[in-house]
Design a protein around this ligand. Structure first.
Ligand code: NAD
Length: 487
């Protein structure tokens, strides 16, 4: 297993010689130590990227695309190993890592591999006598900072479009979950990316991350993580006015109307919050139930939540693994207390499971809490298997509750009334809205938020726009209309 930094096409020790322990959240045992990248390593990586960037930008787009397609093939070929590493490191159930994380990563790299030679400029219809064309130019060196909840998938969301568009990349994975990203670095080397085009530097946020975000030679920083860190990134990015893209936190409202198909809504709503132990920015963490169906829905929903199989993430029977870290487990348990202190009621879960074999790990039972819309647990992101429930009478009331807050990332609604579905989808302030589904994503559809959930988009054509800037070229073909001094 690779544990060093990947800089300029080689795996190297870190400048400070320190290591970061990587833990298995099932029992908090140490899997390995990885080299700790610091500001000095980021400087080396940025220098390597700066040297490599012009050559990569000048490489024929289809050749860049082919490298991404080869990488996708290699990830697919090594899928079982990557799924196991991802499960060990993050706590994702292995069955999800196999079925979702690996295939989605492959699909995303393939999408952008195919996109490399299909992303076109355009010809604005300007004055007669002029030819004006707009071409998209890569930014140069792009810094990317990602969190610990879907580390493998984020390699493709971030590096896929950046590399397809002709940028060189320095990516800093989370200090908590760097293992699959380092393995992808090895596969990138095997896929034939030139030295310096891709650099992977694990390290802590306040050292390596802060240096990458403030580095004067980095033209853009793409960040996925918490809103608090996003604010810091914006501040330190001001030095060279680098372009910033932010995918931040969320507090997704998931509305079940009186005409919903209840079994489908129950199942989808459970997936919306409990998949990946609720550690998803788009999680449906605020359940809004029409009062007519609230009792029936809740009875089924609690029954489903209690039946979810918690266990060792490597056991294929496990449907919910541990949270990714002790801090995250403690944070979720803290919010259980905040909820009851403010008068909320824990309807189900709210505890560490009472099973000896899980006692050393970062587990929390699927938790359902009755809370009022203004309560802390309805305003702040918990980022765990923790869902609040409240009721509404009118559609307008549901929309008002859904839009009440600073976040605007993902939201869902369940109804069989087609007019209601489209109308409410239009009224909800969020970057993504799911109707009769939740948490669906595809490489061709933009992903991102509004408000304090950030700005910019991963995936789709939007991502290619994010990683390029438009250059407008004016050619005088027949100069009759050219402004001039009359002499
Ligand atoms: P975090 O903000 O603590 O850390 C994210 C990354 O930023 C890590 O790599 C970390 O090392 C780095 N970092 C920390 N401090 C930094 C600093 N001062 N300068 C530069 N980098 C720094 O977030 P987290 O706890 O790892 O992840 C959970 C958060 O991520 C949640 O809020 C979640 O909603 C959000 N998230 C958002 C999306 C999205 O697409 N909108 C997707 C997944 C997760």
């Amino acid at each position: 297993m690779q544990t060093k930094l990947f800089i300029d096409g080689r795996f190297v020790e870190s400048a400070c010689g320190g290591t970061i322990p990587v833990l298995n959240p099932f029992d908090n045992s140490e899997i390995c130590g990885i080299a700790e990248g610091t500001a000095a390593d980021i400087d080396l990586a940025v220098a390597a990227a700066k040297t490599a960037a012009p050559g990569w930008a000048a490489t024929e787009p289809s050749i860049r695309g082919n490298a991404l397609l080869r990488l996708a093939d290699l990830i697919e070929k090594n899928g079982e190993e990557l799924a196991t590493l991802e499960a060990l490191d993050t706590g994702h159930p292995l069955r999800d890592a196999r079925k979702l994380d690996v295939p989605r990563t492959v699909a995303c790299f393939r999408y952008f591999g195919g996109m490399a030679d299909k992303f076109e400029g355009y010809l604005p219809p300007v004055y007669p006598g002029f030819l004006n064309y707009v071409q998209r130019e890569p930014i140069g060196v792009v810094g990317q900072i990602v969190p610990w909840n879907f580390p493998l998938m984020f390699t493709s969301w971030k590096m896929g479009p950046a590399l397809a568009a002709g940028n060189a990349v320095v990516l800093k994975p989370s200090e908590l979950t760097p293992l699959t990203t380092l393995r992808v670095a090895e596969l990138m080397h095997e896929a034939g990316f030139p030295s310096g085009v891709v650099n992977i530097v694990p390290g802590y946020g306040h050292t390596a991350g802060a240096r990458l975000a403030s580095h004067p030679d980095v033209g853009k920083i793409a960040f996925t993580g918490s809103t608090a860190t996003g604010r810091k990134i914006v501040e330190v990015s001001a030095g060279n006015l680098k372009k910033v893209q932010l995918e931040l936190g969320g507090k997704g409202a998931n509305i079940v109307f009186q005409d919903a198909v209840i079994p489908a809504a129950v199942n989808g709503s459970a997936w919306a919050i409990f998949h990946n132990q609720g550690q998803a920015c788009i999680a449906g963490s605020r359940l809004l139930l029409h009062e007519k169906i609230a009792d029936e829905f809740l009875e089924r929903f609690m029954g489903l939540a209690r039946s979810i199989r918690l266990g060792n993430q490597l056991d294929l029977a496990t449907e919910m693994g541990p949270l990714t870290s002790k801090q995250q487990q403690e944070k979720v348990l803290r919010y259980c207390k905040v909820a009851t202190d403010e008068g909320g009621e824990i309807l189900s879960g709210g505890r560490v499971p009472d099973r000896d074999e899980l006692s050393k790990g970062c587990f929390v039972e699927p938790t359902i809490v009755r809370a009022r819309p203004g309560d802390t647990v309805n305003r702040e992101e918990v980022f765990g298997p923790f869902v609040t429930v409240s009721t509404f009478r009118e559609d307008e009331e549901a929309v008002a509750i859904a839009n009440n807050g600073h976040y605007g990332l993902g939201s869902g609604l369940w109804t069989t009334n087609i007019t209601r579905g489209h109308k409410v989808a239009r009224q909800i302030r969020a970057g993504m809205v799911w109707v009769n589904s939740y948490k669906v994503a595809h490489p061709s559809s933009p992903f991102g938020g509004t408000g304090e959930s950030g700005y910019g988009r991963d995936m789709g054509f939007e991502a290619m726009r994010e990683y390029t800037w438009p250059k407008s070229v004016w050619v005088n073909v027949d100069a009759k209309v050219m402004p001039h001094y009359e002499r």
